[in-house]
Write a protein that binds this ligand. Structure first.
Ligand code: ADP
Ligand code: ZN
Ligand code: MG
Length: 485
């Protein structure tokens, strides 16, 4: 049979994510050991999480409640019973020889979040942490693997999406929205570098318009959002290349190496899918009561999606600005404080300053938390107000903001002391515009002939002359009047 060789570009990306969320309960999933991160290895263990024979697990009620909160936030259904199962495999990070997880009866099913279907979410326990030291890969080498059982038994919720995602960038953006939402629930630290949020990508391509799923690969080890996007991008490129040369995608698990962008297959025994799942005989099924469900719903704070709705519908800012604020809670809180302090300045104006110039200034200054910035929300509100009322130009506003970020202070006083007040006096501007037209005869001629864009050169000369203090709108009007464009 001759294989059809489709143009690789005509293929669409099909991506589903599996997200492991470490819950920040006080104790582990099935024993009373306290959770810890970064403590002395093997100091938070007991016979249960070390898998000693004859010990019995008990279910952490707080973990169940946290999972119900995640279910509510992702609009999932909660079946009347959920059950634990044993997922059998051998690995040194798993002392019992099986992981207690949920299989065919998960705690949550059938949800939706930011346009992507949620297949299921289930509870399970984390494995211990392995670190490899010395030279590995040699029988007589100095290499060894060390096991820290502190992490073993940490409660996890695994969220599985439908294959609804269509690009690497969408995968990254969606995962960031999910992280911010879970952070708001207060059920996890959601720190990718520390592993409390881990995202695996399932990736395939198919001819555009087809509804059949292609063969997928699974991508692991993407411990930042940037790597998640880059890893998926690299895998999509690899699959497109295979198809373009008439080869086939083989179902396998791949490891992404961010250092050089390569992908290597994991050895087959590391992902053997023969887990022989069977019901965990030592645990009873969990039957969440109506009361527990109601409590979980009531425990939800205002989630980013709801906050975005409120910003659009009640505060009156654009959907884009609302998303950017709502899904970065520190910025949302900053925005709300600035708004409360604003004296008649529009919400749109303040939102623009926060999402635009403030984000950029803090990034330049290497700062992360806007609420800890020397540029307080009150100062930013005053600054946005001066620009909106045309007391200062936008350019001067940026200068003031840079100073606020560096040393704090009162923007009104800065404008006074640095003489930044905007020049809107037509008489004064008129002379400056005249001089600029004289200095830019070529541009002036082009404007006269109807090329409005050439006015930018004249505007630039005016701004240079006034150190950015000229009222841009007034200057534009004067140029038009003088050159008749
Ligand atoms: P597995 O049996 O390999 O774990 P599942 O059916 O449980 O596969 O799906 C795991 C994840 O892979 C889900 O997020 C799902 O949406 C995604 N997925 C399944 N098939 C495909 C595919 N062909 N292309 C991309 N993603 C897929
Ligand atoms: Zn324990
Ligand atoms: Mg699976």
């Amino acid at each position: 049979m001759i294989k059809e060789r489709l143009s690789a570009d005509a293929h669409e990306a099909v991506i589903g994510l599996e997200i492991h969320v470490q819950l920040s309960t006080r104790t582990k999933m099935f024993c009373g050991c306290e959770l810890s991160f970064g403590d002395e290895p093997n100091t938070h263990t007991c016979p249960v999480c070390l898998g000693h024979p004859g010990t019995l697990p008990t279910i952490n009620e707080q973990a169940v409640r946290y999972a119900l909160m995640i279910a509510a936030a992702l609009d999932c259904d909660v079946p009347s019973r959920n059950e634990f199962a044993r997922k059998n495999y051998f690995y040194p990070d798993l002392p019992k020889g099986y992981q207690i997880s949920q299989f065919d009866r998960p705690i949550a099913v059938g949800g939706r979040f930011e346009g992507v279907g949620i297949t299921r979410a289930h509870l399970e326990e984390d494995a211990a942490k392995l670190s490899h030291v010395g030279e590995s890969g040699r029988i007589h080498g100095s290499g060894a693997s060390l096991v820290d059982f502190n992490r073993g038994g940490t409660p996890l919720v695994e969220i599985v999406t439908e294959p609804d995602i269509r690009s690497a960038a969408q995968a990254r953006e969606w995962a960031q929205l999910l992280r911010e939402t879970i952070r708001q629930l207060g059920v996890s630290d959601v720190n990718m570098e520390e592993g409390s949020l881990r995202v695996d990508g399932n990736i395939s391509i198919r001819p555009g318009g087809s509804t059949r799923l292609g063969v997928k690969t699974e991508l692991k080890n993407m411990n930042s959002f940037r790597f998640l996007e880059r890893g998926i991008e690299a895998e999509l490129a690899r699959q497109r290349e295979l198809l373009a040369t008439g080869e086939e995608v083989v179902q396998e698990t791949l490891h992404f190496h961010p250092e050089d962008g390569t992908l290597t297959p994991l050895r087959s025994k590391e992902y053997a899918h023969d887990y022989r799942y069977f019901p965990e005989p030592d645990l009873v099924p969990v039957a969440p009561t109506e009361e527990m469900l109601a409590e979980a719903r009531e425990a939800l704070p205002e989630l980013p999606a709801a906050r975005r709705e409120r910003y659009v519908n009640e505060v009156g800012i654009s959907e884009e600005a609302a998303t950017r604020l709502a899904f970065q809670t520190a910025y949302a809180e900053y925005f709300e404080r600035a708004l409360a302090a604003a004296d008649g300045t529009s919400a749109k104006g303040i939102a623009n300053w926060v999402t635009g110039e403030l984000v950029a200034s803090l990034r330049d200054a290497g700062e992360e938390d806007p609420l800890g910035s020397k540029a307080t929300p009150e100062a930013l509100a005053a600054l946005a107000g001066m620009v909106e009322s045309k007391r200062i130009s936008h350019g001067s506003g940026k200068q003031v903001l840079a100073k606020l970020v560096a040393e704090g202070g009162d923007p009104e006083a800065m404008v006074e002391s640095e003489g930044l007040a905007q020049i809107s006096d037509t008489g004064e501007l008129e002379a400056i515009v005249d001089a600029a037209i004289e200095a830019e005869p070529e541009a002036a001629e082009q404007v006269r002939q109807g090329n409005a864009k050439a006015a930018g050169r004249i505007m630039g000369a005016v701004m240079k002359q006034t150190q950015g203090r000229a009222d841009g709108g007034a200057v534009q009007k004067l140029i038009r009047e003088h050159l008749g464009s």
